[in-house]
Design a protein around this ligand. Sequence first.
Ligand SMILES: [Zn+2]
Length: 82
Amino acid sequence: MTPRLTVPDAAAVGRRHPETLRKALQDGTLHGTQRIKRGPWLIRPECLAAWLEGEQCAHQVAEAAAGVVTDIATRRAVHASV
Ligand SMILES: [Zn+2]
C-alpha cells in the first residue's frame, strides 16, 4: 500500500502552510481522503506532487472523464481503479 501523508507531513514536504492544504483539500483542488467525516486527511504523495505542480492528479482526471462524482464510496472505487 502506498504510504499516505497527513496534512502536517504534506505541509512539510510541500513547504506550504497546513491551512493552505486544508483549504485545497476542502475545495477539492488537492486530492485527499478522510476515513471518517471530519477525520484527519490522508494524501497520496503523487496527489500532493500534482497539486504542487498546479496539475490535477491522475485520479481527478479520471473522475473528470467519468463525470462529477460526489459519492465518497464511488470516489474511492475510482481511486482504486486508477
Ligand atoms: Zn489523487
